[in-house]
Design a protein around this ligand. Sequence first.
Ligand SMILES: NC(=O)C1=CN([C@@H]2O[C@H](COP(=O)(O)OP(=O)(O)OC[C@H]3O[C@@H](n4cnc5c(N)ncnc54)[C@H](OP(=O)(O)O)[C@@H]3O)[C@@H](O)[C@H]2O)C=CC1
Ligand SMILES: N[C@@H](CC=O)C(=O)O
Length: 816
Amino acid sequence: MQVFKFGGSSVGTPERIQEIASWFPDAVGKQQCGGVVFSAFQGVTDQLISMAERAGAGDDSYTTDLGSMEGRHIDAIRKMLPSSQQSQAIAGVKFLLNDLEDILQGVYLVKELTPRSMDFITSFGEQLSNYIIHLVFRHHGIDCDYLDARTVIVTDDQFGNAEVDMDATLQNIRNHYKNRDNRLQVITGFIAATETGVTTTLGRGGSDYTASIFAAALEAEELQIWTDVDGVLTSDPRVVKEAFTMDVLSYEEAMELSHFGAKVIHPPTIEPAMSREIPIRIKNTMNPSFPGTVIGKMESKQEHIIKGISSIDNVALIRVQGSGLVGMAGVAQRIFGALAAGRINIILITQASSEHSVCLAVMPKDAAKAKKLLEKELRHELSIRKVADIIVEKDLSIIAVVGENMRNTPGIAGKIFQALGRSRINISAIAQGSSELNISAVIQQRDKAKALRVIHDAFFYGPRKTANIYVFGAGLIGGQLLNDIRDKQDWFLTSRHLDLRVNGIMNSKKLLLDEDGIELGGWEKKLASTRKQADPGALLEFVKKNQSPNTIIVDATADEAIVEWYDAFLKQGVAVVTPNKKANTNDWEQYRRLSDLARDNDTQFLYETNVGAGLPFVEAVKQRVASGDEIHRIEGVFSGTLSYLFNKFDGSKPFSELVRVARENGYTEPDPRDDLNGMDAARKLLILARTQGKALSLDDIEVENLVPEELRGDMDPDTFLEKLKVYDEAFEQRLDQAKKEGKLLRYLAILDDGTPRVRLEAVDSGHPVSGLEGSENMLNITTDAYSETPLVIKGPGAGPVVTANGVLNDILKTIK
Ligand SMILES: NC(=O)C1=CN([C@@H]2O[C@H](COP(=O)(O)OP(=O)(O)OC[C@H]3O[C@@H](n4cnc5c(N)ncnc54)[C@H](OP(=O)(O)O)[C@@H]3O)[C@@H](O)[C@H]2O)C=CC1
Ligand SMILES: N[C@@H](CC=O)C(=O)O
C-alpha cells in the first residue's frame, strides 16, 4: 500500500492535473495506492486568506475574487471533463462556493474574522481541488472516492495549527478503509475537524501532515510526496550549479536540511510516518520518471559522508560577554528563560569552554527585543560590569553541513573550515551538537553563496576540481591561452579530472563574463559583441560574488593599469598568474608586497613567463634559493627578439626587415622598441635578481639601448619599423666590426659582483650563447653546487605558443 501527496504547484494548472491523471496508474505500478492527498490549486489558499481579511475589514472587494475563484474552478472543469460530466461537476463546485460566499458575507457583515472562521474559509481550497480532481481521476478510469478529511482527522480547537488526536484519527481512518475495501481515496489535505465537527486546519505543511497520518494509519510501504523539484538536493541549485539530488537520506538528515532551508519537507509533519519507519519518497511532478530521494531509516553504508549544505539567511547574533560569566552558575538558564518568556526563538547557541561569552542566533526581527530582555535580566551584572556587553551583529547567515556519516569520521570540521578559510570567509560562530549530525557556521550574509560553493566543491568533488579563470588581455598571448584551454578542456576533464573554465575575458574595450564558464568556441566574436565595457572593478566584483576555491586571474596585457588591481585580487584569495613584467619591475616594495599578499592570503602570485617565456628560468632560481645554494653569477640571453635578431643578422637581410619578422612571429613586445631598447631584457634580469632576493631596481641596471635616438619619441610600431630602415647601415657596420674580430653579436644579460648589465657584446665563437638559434634564450647559473660547470637552461624564449603554455603551467600550479 502507498500514499501519495501532491502539493499546490503540482496542481497549478488543468494541464498539470491531466498529466498527473494520465501517469498516476504507472506511478502506482503493481503496488496499491490507498490515498492521494491534494493541496488547493496553486495560489488559492493565499487568495482565500486575503478575501477573508478584506471581508473582516469591511472591504467588499473580496466579492471580485470570489467571482474569479469560481471562474478558475469552473474553467478547470471545462478543460478536464467531457461536456456530459460538466454540469454535475459545476453544480458541486457552485454548492461549495455558495457556502464560501455565505461565510464571507457573515464575516463582512459583523466585520470580525476569528481564527475559527479563517480555518473554515481556507478549508474551501482543498475541498474544491479534491472534489474536481477526483472527478478527473474517474474520467481517466481511476477508481476512487472523494474523502473530506474532516470526517476522519480529529483535532483540538487550536485554529490555524490544530493538534491531532492521533489515536482517534488513526482508528477513524482504518474504519473508513475497512468499509471500502481499501479503495483509492482522493483526500483533502490540510483540513480537519474537532470532535464536534468544527473545521480546523493543520498549519504549515498541513497537506504533508495529512498524507503522513494516512500513511501511518494504513501502515503504508511508502509515502510519496510529489513536488516541483527532483528530490532533496545537496544544496540550493540557484547558488550551487553543481548541486545534485541525493538518492537516500535518513529522517534526521532530512529534518536538519529542511530546517536549514531545503524546504522539501516540513519536519513535524513527517513524524507519523517516521515513527513507523515508513519511507518517504520525494518526487518531481514535472519529471515523474526521476526516482527522487528516499527518506528513511539510516542505512549503515552510504556513499557520501555529508548529504547536503543548507543555509538560513538574515540571522542576528547576540553575544553576551564578560569575565563575570566565568563560573557563574545559572546564567545560561536566566538567558534562555528571559528569551523564552519573550517568545523568542533561538536558532543556534554557542559557548566556548572559557565561559567568557555566550552567543545566540535569532531572527533579526527579534534581535532588538532579545537585547532589551537580556539587558533587563542581566541589569545587575551589567551595572557591576560582570557582564561587559550585549552585542548584536546583523546581516549574517548560518551555513549548516548535514550528514549522519560525519559522526565519528575525523577531519570533517577541518575540511569545512579549510574550505572557508581558503576563500577568505570569516566565521563568527560555530556550533556542532554531540550527535555530530550537523556542523553550523555563522558567517557574513554576503559570503553565503561563496561558502555554499566552496564547501560543496570540497565534499562532493573529491577527485574532480574546478578552476575558474579570468583573462585580462586577449591579444597574442591571451588569445593563444584561450585557444589552448578551448582545445584541451575535454582532455583535462577526462584525464586530469580538472574542469578548466574561463569565466571572464577582458581586452582594452570589452568585458565578457559568464558565471557558468564561457563556451570558448568563437570567444573572439562573443567578446567583440558583448555590451559590457572593459572595467577591472566590475570584473573584481563579479569574482567576489562568484568566487570558488580555484579562482585565477591571468594578466596577459603589457599594461601598468591592470597591475594596480593585483592587490585586490590577492587579498580576495584569488591567484594571479602573469606574463606581464610590469608588476615585478616597479619598486621593490611592490614586488615584496605581492609575494607577501599571496602568502598571507593562502594563494599564489606566479610569473614564470616573465623571463624565458615557457622556460623554467624563474623556477630554477627559486630552487637554488630554496635549497640554500648560493648564486654567484647569472648570465644569458633573455630576449627572444634580440636573440632572433642577432642569430639571423648576417648581412643577407636588412636589420629592420628582421625586426619586422620578429614582430610577425610574435616575439616582440606590443611595441618592439621595448625589446630593442634593452628594457625587456633589463626587466628580466631584474626579475631574476629579485627572485634571488636582491633588492635591486631598474635604475641599478646598465642598459644598452639599440633604438636610434631619433626614434625614441612617441610613435606607433609601424611607423617605427618604417623609419628604422634608415638605420640599417649603422647596424651593418657594427656587424662588420664583430665579423672582423671573428666574433658574433649577442645581446647578453649579466648579474655578478659588478654592475648588473644588459648589452650587445661581440662574443667568441666558443661562448655558450654562440650556438643559439631562432628566438632561443639561455640561462647560465653559477652557484656553489654548480661551480665547475654552470646550470644551463636553453630553449625558445618568446612566441605565443611557448608563452601561453608557460602561463597554463602556472595556472595549473595554483590549483589546490
Ligand atoms: N610575446 C611573447 O613572446 C611574450 C610576451 N610576454 C608578455 O605578454 C604580455 C602580452 O603580450 P602580447 O599578447 O604580445 O600583447 P598584445 O598587444 O598582443 O595583447 C595585449 C592585450 O592586452 C589588452 N589590453 C591592453 N590594455 C588593457 C587593459 N587596460 N585592460 C584589458 N586589456 C588590455 C589588449 O586589448 P586590445 O586588443 O583591446 O588592445 C590586448 O588584448 C606582455 O606583457 C608581454 O610582455 C611574456 C612572455 C613572452
Ligand atoms: N618580447 C619578449 C617576449 C618575452 O618576454 C622577447 O622578445 O623575449
